[in-house]
Write a protein that binds this ligand. Structure first.
Ligand SMILES: *Cc1c(COP(=O)(O)O)cnc(C)c1O
Length: 382
């Protein structure tokens, strides 16, 4: 029986297939049973394969929680005492990482850049050179707040040249844009089942370098539930999560991984690009303007300026679209009037074409002029 299909254009959770939804309906099982442990082993290897990691050199560790748990875990678990974190901050998600450091009282520095621009690599190099005690460089691949794609390979290279490890939040690119963990100079990356893998919220994972992870045994232990080494060690010894896993969510993830490999990395990325192109075309046809220069965009999140029109009301158009099965999402740039349309999930070009018919109808009903009048996005101070 098909489940009513909703098109989610928010930055996750994503539209899922019915086969993934129904994979959660399984007989009750205790996750300590051999059958379940076998399932977990396969998932751990698959998660490493997605970023083309060798499973001897790289490993994955799963946690029960939304994507932020993986950010929290990487930041609190991988810093030796007496060392510092450098956060490359050009958006809302990197700002969240800095906030996590605050909560743990972790020593950190920020290299801050405007939210609508790429980070300056020379500035990052300068901070690294002046602070030899930086041990961990943290960056965000696709800044989901704006859709900017950060140069993680170059940032990782700088980190390595200064004897630091590179930790990258790939939550909104993993299993969408191809990532090569080694060539991209990533020591640890992370994601969450409800984004690129188009599964259910409730599982997040860190994929990273096994040797560095094992060395992190000696890092100060700053959290009990969210310690990377503790969870890794338990997985290695017992093949399972230390504490109760979200059983049904794991079955959905297993099915989503099967569908990921069936679709294939290249075809899946091509599909997301088709969706993204359809979003650009639809916006252009209505005269809406984008905030981020096209060549800096990840191809997965489009940030759109509100039109300069007294009749425009984001909540009203949101509700109109929602009624018709399409979910759009507010922006995340302070002081700027924006909303976002995202290209993740089990959707294709045709869904976007249908969306713009609905969106256009909604605008006409509201009395918004088409083509829409441009608006200036308020300047961000760096
Ligand atoms: C979605 C996302 C997260 C995690 O957010 P949750 O709401 O905790 O799932 C983290 N980083 C980035 C870049 C994201 O897009």
């Amino acid at each position: 029986m098909p489940v009513e299909r909703k098109i989610l254009l928010n930055p996750g959770p994503a539209t899922t297939t019915d086969t993934v939804k129904y994979a959660q309906i399984v007989p009750d099982i205790c996750p300590r049973e051999k059958e379940f442990v076998g399932l977990m082993r396969g998932i751990r290897d698959d998660l490493v394969r997605i970023v083309h990691g060798d499973t001897e050199e790289y490993t994955s560790v799963l946690f029960c929680g939304s994507g932020t748990i993986a950010m929290d875990i990487c930041l609190n678990s991988l810093l030796p005492s007496g060392k510092k974190i450098l956060i490359v901050n050009n958006g809302a998600y990197s700002a969240r990482a800095a906030e996590i450091c605050e909560y743990y009282h972790l020593p950190y520095l920020e290299a801050r850049f405007p939210k609508d621009a790429l980070p300056d690599l020379e500035e990052i190099a300068r901070v690294l050179k002046e602070n030899p005690d930086i041990e961990l460089v943290y960056s965000t691949h696709n800044e989901t707040g704006t859709g900017i794609l950060n140069p993680i390979r170059e940032i990782g290279d700088l980190a390595h040249k200064h004897n630091a490890i590179s930790v990258v939040d790939t939550t909104s690119t993993y299993a969408m844009r191809p990532i090569h963990i080694k060539e991209d100079n990533i020591d640890f990356c992370m994601a969450s089942a409800q984004k690129g893998l188009m599964a259910m919220t409730g599982i997040s994972y860190v994929v990273g370098n096994r040797r560095i992870l094992e060395e992190s045994k000696d890092c100060p232990k700053r959290s009990y539930y969210c310690n990377l080494y503790m969870q890794y060690e338990y997985f290695e010894k017992h093949g399972e999560m230390h504490f109760t896993p979200p059983v049904q969510t794991v079955y959905a993830l297993k099915q989503a991984l099967k569908e990921y490999f069936e679709e294939g990395e290249e075809r899946k990325w091509a599909r997301h690009q088709r969706v993204s192109e359809a979003i650009h075309r639809g916006l252009e046809a209505l005269g809406f303007q984008e905030v981020i220069r096209r060549e800096w965009q990840s191809g997965l999140v489009v940030t759109v300026k509100y039109p300069e029109d007294a009749e425009w009301d984001f909540n009203e158009i949101h509700d109109y679209c929602y009624e018709k099965g399409f979910t759009i999402y507010p922006g995340k740039i302070d002081g700027a009037q924006t909303f976002r349309l995202c290209a993740l999930g089990a959707i294709d070009e045709g869904d976007i074409v249908r969306f713009f018919q609905v969106f256009g109808d909604g605008l006409r009903k509201m009395g918004v002029k088409i083509p829409a009048a441009g608006s200036e996005v308020a300047d961000e101070e760096g």
